[in-house]
Design a protein around this ligand. Structure first.
Ligand code: ADP
Length: 195
């Protein structure tokens, strides 16, 4: 199954994507992690995107789409994947639909994690307090990441609703509760054999 985990920065997409990867063998495709590892490796791409991530802006559609295109060719994606932090724009979603269609596949499910802004800001504050924060986890950059999310990414929900693929989950419940709810949604979708 190809599924998209959707939601604002700090909603818990990465945490839940890792659980799905472990439990179902569907690889987590996180463009944020891929970009951060490019930066850490000092590659040309990494140098190109470093300042963009630091500001909390979006990297160009061309760059992330080509990263995902390459990643989807790897054999571990044949049974599907969990997209985490991608797509983030309508253009990316359209490109993903085209890429998957070319491989005879499609997005089957979009799980939206709903979390209020105040809680997102509090989570980042805690990550900073615990020393677990990333370069872009500071109050100012987070404010920009949220603004970018509402401007460029949130409209994707309607794009996927028109395709009948969205299930929304309360991402403010405890992690284990969210995990269970996502598992139930995936199982229901698998049982329905919706093609
Ligand atoms: P978050 O926790 O904010 O959702 P991610 O790890 O998904 O963070 O992404 C971190 C940063 O990487 C984003 O703020 C953005 O700069 C860049 N990025 C990640 N995925 C994409 C994408 N699909 N399109 C454009 N930029 C992206």
């Amino acid at each position: 199954m190809n599924l998209v985990l959707f939601g604002p920065p700090g909603a818990g997409k990465g945490t839940q994507a890792k659980v799905i990867q472990d439990q179902r063998g569907l690889p987590q495709l996180s463009t944020g992690e891929m970009l951060r590892s490019a930066i850490a490796s000092g590659s040309t791409l990494g140098r190109e995107v470093d300042a963009i991530l630091a500001r909390g802006d979006l990297v160009s559609d061309d760059i992330v789409v080509s990263i995902i295109e390459e990643r989807l060719k790897k054999p571990d994606c044949v049974k599907g994947a969990v997209f985490d932090g991608f797509p983030r724009t309508i253009a990316q979603a359209e490109a993903l639909d085209r890429l998957l269609a070319g491989m005879g596949r499609r997005i089957k499910l979009v799980v939206e994690l709903k979390v209020n802004d105040e809680i997102l800001i509090e989570r980042v504050r805690q990550r900073i307090a615990q020393g677990l924060s990333r370069q872009d986890d500071n109050p100012e950059t987070l404010r920009n990441r949220l603004a970018v999310y509402y401007r460029s990414t949130a409209p994707l929900i309607d794009f996927y609703k028109l395709q009948g693929k969205v299930v929304s989950i309360d991402g403010m419940e405890p992690v284990a509760t969210v995990t269970k709810q996502i598992a139930d949604v995936i199982d229901a979708r698998l049982a329905a054999r919706v093609e």
